[in-house]
Design a protein around this ligand. Structure first.
Ligand code: HEC
Ligand code: HEC
Length: 579
């Protein structure tokens, strides 16, 4: 039954365009009532034509059915091609698949501006997505992130066919796509949209994510080979371990969109270093997908080595259109739960500032040491260093080409807020915050997910950070002008999130280390638990900071909502694009 349904749905999924065109030629009257089909984007690559056109018919304009009417990220292409291999009978060698993903990403890709808002998909970040409206939420977000859809641009017809593919392959989509309504004789209410959620969602998607956009037209003209060889300065942040800085040397690889890399990073907090070598592909002129391996084997993540950088990590970055910067995430872990948020800047001939070793300076404090890290620093004096008004550089403690340590006094009335730090004309924006008081904390991430494992599935860990905030110039906490001050050393504990009577999740879900590193328990039934349930559950992760007291005279606290779930059995990751 399932198979029959799939066949019935899929035949029209491919034939529609061809048949539509033939129908129009044969019956001009019918054509008049049908809207003109949208122009496709022709496919000229002979390998793509050879491998795909047996099923995806080529028309007189060089369009392949379906393929010419969609654009997407390298991951989007990789995923679609995997389905062709898995379900539709396509046969490809791995190197052919790689070449096709590259080719289609270049001719049927996203513009950098289109890709930026959905980078979190490739970067494997867990975020709270902004969903435009309730019908889109209902129709498209119950099985996967909306970012999956927002990673595509399609003709109206192809958005409709995508929904048809879902109905054919995943009949449960029907529950999300259609609402059951009892028959009604009542006349339709004016202003009430009675269309099914899927129809409303498809209208939204085809308007918001059309095949042809000015961004893509501009990028097609502007796209050029990524000339990324050279020395890059890295600054980044790892949850729980703080800031890193370093250098990445990029060398040409096998072709003009492939590179090899060597990397050295230093954690500012403890001075430990990471050295790695790697390689990367750059798709569509700006989509860096790489991986690097440790020069010396490092330990697996554990409470004592929270998020320790492992053998292999993946790099996903967005290269700025002018090729002067890259930003993104380098990640690892069974659920890609560990990672650096990184920014890379091309090293220049002159000085650049990368980072400072602390994140906040208190008003009225004196002789505060701040170490400024950078590249190509000349010999400087106190007058060359600037933290903005109210912060006076008294003297320089030491300096060399890579750093300068300044001793500063902070005026009692210095304006509260983030400051740029500059060494002559080189500047690092928003590098350090001036504050009078820590008003409250937040736990990052505010909502979190860990996964049971250790028997037959890997564990999904979670690191937490306690971030301090100042109430900002309006004197009111929890308003948009509040100033983020950076992480503070907090004490960590787990509290029950009361959802049911006799809630006992706290005792079973796992353990939180003194540094805020959560290790989930093992998966599978637990005879020690009531009803031998799995160790899943939801709890509060609480940070307590005693360095400053709140209005009530008590230490500051904040919490994060942690869900500890079962292992993930189906993955929609596309790691191949980085190989
Ligand atoms: C053996 C037949 C066959 C071959 C060969 C084939 N496809 Fe498909 N393709 C299908 C069928 C059937 C569908 C419609 C059902 C679906 O989406 O899986 C489809 C749909 C698609 C879609 C639309 C998916 C969506 O998200 O709506 C894309 C894109 C696609 N194919 C790309 C390719 C590419 C690229 C190639 C060549 C590398 C290829 N196909 C080769 C059979 C094939
Ligand atoms: C019932 C669960 C479910 C719902 C509801 C659902 N999807 Fe999907 N979607 C999937 C699955 C499963 C896949 C993976 C298909 C594959 O590659 O085999 C997928 C894949 C996709 C893809 C990638 C297409 C490709 O060619 O690989 C897009 C885009 C997408 N969905 C968009 C949507 C949109 C838009 C909606 C709402 C109209 C939606 N999905 C609703 C389950 C769902």
């Amino acid at each position: 039954m399932r198979l029959l349904l799939a066949v019935v749905v899929i035949l029209p999924l491919l034939a529609q365009r061809g048949a539509g065109a033939r129908g129009q030629a044969g019956r001009p009257d019918a054509a008049a009532s049908k809207p003109e089909p949208e122009e496709g984007i022709p496919v000229n690559d002979s390998l793509v034509i050879e491998k795909c056109s047996s099923c995806h018919q080529k028309d007189a304009k060089g369009n392949l059915s379906r393929i010419s009417f969609v654009r997407t990220t390298p991951e989007g292409w990789q995923e679609a091609i995997k389905r062709m291999l898995r379900l539709n009978g396509l046969q490809l060698k791995p190197e052919e698949a790689r070449a096709i993903v590259k080719s289609l990403s270049a001719t049927h890709g996203l513009a950098p501006e289109e890709a930026k808002p959905v980078m979190y998909i490739a970067e494997q970040r867990i975020i709270d997505e902004t969903i435009p409206n309730d019908t889109v939420r209902e129709a498209c977000t119950s099985c996967h992130a909306l970012g999956r859809a927002a990673s595509w641009r399609r003709s109206k017809e192809d958005w409709d066919l995508l929904a048809a593919m879902h109905t054919g392959l995943y009949p449960v989509s029907d529950i999300s796509f259609h609402r059951f309504r009892p028959p009604s004789d009542a006349p339709p209410q004016p202003g009430v949209d009675t269309r099914q959620p899927v129809e409303q969602a498809l209208e939204y998607l085809s308007k918001t994510y059309p095949l042809h956009t000015p961004e893509w037209a501009t990028w097609r003209a502007r796209m050029r080979a990524p000339k990324l060889s050279g020395r890059w300065l890295v600054s980044g942040y790892q949850l729980g371990r703080g800031k890193v800085i370093g250098e990445m040397q990029v060398e040409p690889g096998g072709s003009d969109d492939e590179f090899t890399t060597s990397l050295k990073l230093t954690y500012l907090k403890d001075g430990s270093t990471v050295t790695r070598t790697g390689k990367a592909n750059v798709f569509t002129g700006y989509s860096w997908r790489g991986r690097s391996a440790a020069k010396s084997a490092a330990a697996a993540p554990s409470p004592t080595n929270a998020g320790g950088v492992p053998e292999e990590l993946r790099e996903v970055m967005w290269v700025s259109p002018d090729q002067s910067q890259m930003e993104g995430r380098w990640f690892w872990g069974a659920y890609q739960e560990f990672g650096f948020d990184v920014t890379l800047r091309r090293a220049g001939d002159g000085p650049s500032v990368l980072a400072v070793d602390r994140t906040m300076l208190k008003t009225g404090s004196t002789a505060q040491r701040v170490k400024i890290y950078g590249d190509n620093f000349p010999r400087v004096t106190a007058a060359d260093i600037d933290f903005g008004t109210g912060v006076t550089v008294k003297r320089l403690v030491d300096q060399d080409v890579g750093h300068v340590t300044a001793e500063v006094d902070v005026d009692a009335k210095a304006i509260v807020g983030k400051r740029d730090v500059s060494v002559r004309r080189a500047v690092v924006p928003n590098a350090i915050a001036v504050y009078d008081k820590i008003d409250y904390l937040k736990v990052s991430p505010e909502t979190a997910l860990a996964r049971l494992g250790g028997n037959s599935h890997p564990k999904g860990f979670q690191q937490f950070d306690a971030i301090a905030y100042n109430r900002g110039p309006d004197d009111k906490p929890h308003t948009p002008d509040d100033v983020e001050l950076g992480p503070v050393d907090a004490e960590w504990s787990v509290e029950e999130f009361y959802a049911v009577y006799g809630d006992d999740d706290k005792d079973f879900v796992g353990a939180l280390s003194p540094s805020g590193f959560f290790t989930p328990s093992s998966e599978g039934p637990n005879p020690k638990r009531k009803f031998s349930r799995n160790n899943y559950g939801d709890v509060w992760v609480v940070a307590t900071y005693k360095g400053e007291l709140g209005k009530d005279g008590k230490p500051l606290t904040a919490k994060s909502y942690l869900v500890v779930s079962i292992p993930l059995y189906v993955r929609w990751d596309q790691p191949e694009v980085g190989q």
